[in-house]
Design a binder for this molecule. Structure first.
Ligand code: FES
Length: 121
């Protein structure tokens, strides 16, 4: 069974291939949501975009963005972003939960995007 490591929370959980990354986080006591989205979210239906995470290692199912994810994620700006409720672990994963400044880049000037991204390097 694959293992999911939540990097920011220093937690690793073992999951079966049917468990979403969101469900794994909830079972591990990890909050993937920022601010009010902890209480106001779509509960895993892929409609709100608030469970966005970064997959830094491993393979997930489905391998590419689904229709619902495409509405929330700009793959050019966030190439490793996925919605935790829409993906399952195919192999061991490393997941980075939301980092607000980086995820809030849509519509910002290119130099500001570059500045925020360089802070991660
Ligand atoms: S919980 Fe709303 S998109 Fe995942």
């Amino acid at each position: 069974m694959p293992k999911i490591t939540f990097v920011n929370e220093f937690k690793t959980v073992e999951v079966d291939e049917h468990t979403s990354v969101r469900s794994a986080a909830i079972k591990a006591g990890i909050n993937l949501y920022q601010g009010m989205y902890k209480y106001v979210n779509c509960r895993g239906f892929g409609m709100c975009g608030s469970c966005k995470v970064e997959v830094t290692e491993g393979e997930v199912t489905p391998a590419s963005l689904g229709m619902r994810e495409s509405l929330e994620i700009n793959a050019l700006v966030e190439p490793t972003a996925r919605l935790a409720c829409q993906i399952r672990a195919k192999t061991d994963l490393k997941i980075v939960s939301q980092n607000p400044p980086r995820w809030d880049l849509r519509g910002r000037a290119p130099e500001e995007v570059e500045r925020v991204q360089s802070m991660d390097a």
